[in-house]
Write a protein that binds this ligand. Structure first.
Ligand SMILES: NC(=O)c1ccc[n+]([C@@H]2O[C@H](COP(=O)([O-])OP(=O)(O)OC[C@H]3O[C@@H](n4cnc5c(N)ncnc54)[C@H](OP(=O)(O)O)[C@@H]3O)[C@@H](O)[C@H]2O)c1
Length: 315
């Protein structure tokens, strides 16, 4: 029996519970992972909040979409994007439903090698945010020499998007609270305070205008500012407010109804992220770690919306 975290009802973090479950053996094309670290993401709490429907048959709801760990067993034909998966491999798994657990069975197609330069905690936080960042940058088509405004630059997705864009020679103006400014400068972005007067502050930094914008926070301010400063609506993308994005004719990216999930781009981005992390060209900031049993506490911190980096659960 292994411990896993589930949502027992729809609601806030108080509905989370740790249960014991039989895991079994991996079938063909599957891998059994000993989870060393599980990444948390806002979608994890949004799914049991009821905001995306309250289908009772989805309860108790397994949680988590990404993790890192060590391969304990493999089924026949266990091949991932980087080749055959072997017992003992240190890996990152994404997508990996139910990864808030001591052990999890995942499709071999979700398994990529963990670069030795990344800790298990860093590896567990790389993929969901990293593949989202790759998708968003690709969607707005930003290239070297251009200027991008990135709303929510200090978050899990934001920090990876900053690094990926800067590595391509893009000038990044990133909105954040002042407590994140030093870190954003270190990553190569120019921070700017969100809130009243944002348009003017960005104009001061970029009097010649902006080429593209990515909203990784979902506020009306982020979308309205982008609409005002970027002439071409196809070069604005929201990751966090699909209804408003569709209404105003900008790109909406992700798993919400009506948005572009970008599965192909995200799936292919995983090995590139591994390569960049291995070379030290991108890093993952671990903002906090919690024992698995304190997943509710982790979600309270995450839902407060001011995390600078990734919150990781340790089984
Ligand atoms: N569509 C997709 O595929 C996809 C994928 C991943 C995430 N998302 C969504 O994207 C959003 C960000 O995800 P995440 O994992 O990066 O979350 P996160 O790690 O919790 O980061 C959120 C960041 O937003 C900043 N922030 C809060 N209020 C802000 C405001 N008014 N203006 C600008 N920044 C503000 C916070 O920094 P400060 O402390 O500096 O305020 C915090 O660092 C979430 O809504 C998530 O659900 C969508």
């Amino acid at each position: 029996m292994v411990a896993k975290v589930v949502a027992t009802a729809f609601g806030g973090p108080e509905v989370l519970a740790v249960i014991d479950e039989e895991v079994g053996e991996p079938s063909a094309g599957q891998v059994l992972l000993e989870v060393r670290a599980a990444g948390t993401n806002p979608i994890d709490y949004k799914l049991y909040s009821g905001a995306r429907g309250k289908d009772p048959s989805s309860l108790p709801m397994s949680l988590g979409l990404e993790a890192s760990g060590v391969v304990l067993a493999v089924g026949d034909d266990a091949h991932g994007p980087a080749g055959a998966v072997q017992v003992g491999d240190e890996v990152i798994v994404f997508p990996a439903a139910g990864s808030y657990a001591e052990r999890v069975i995942v499709a071999a197609s979700s398994v990529v090698p963990k670069p030795p330069t990344l800790s298990f905690e860093e590896g567990a936080g790389l993929m969901l945010a990293g593949t989202t960042a790759v998708h968003a940058l690709r969607a707005v088509g930003v290239t070297g020499g251009e200027t991008l405004v990135l709303h929510g630059a200090s978050g899990g997705v934001g920090q990876l998007a900053v690094q990926l864009a800067v590595a391509q020679g893009v000038r990044v103006i990133g909105t954040a609270s002042e407590s994140a400014f030093a870190e954003l400068r270190r990553l190569g972005a120019e921070p700017v305070l969100y809130g009243a007067g944002l348009v003017e502050r960005i104009r001061e930094l970029a009097p010649d205008g902006l080429d593209a914008a990515i909203d990784s926070v979902g506020t009306d301010e982020a979308i309205d500012t982008s609409l005002e400063l970027v002439a071409d609506r196809r070069r604005i993308a929201t990751l966090a407010n699909t209804p408003r994005g569709l209404e105003v004719g900008i790109q909406a990216l992700g798993s919400a109804p009506g948005a572009d999930p970008g599965w192909e781009i995200r799936s292919q981005a995983r090995l590139e992220l591994v390569r960049l992390a291995e070379k030290g060209l991108i890093e993952v900031t671990v903002a906090a770690t919690y024992p698995l049993a304190q997943a509710a506490e982790a979600h309270r911190q995450l839902a407060a919306g001011h995390t600078h980096g990734k919150i990781i659960l340790i089984p």
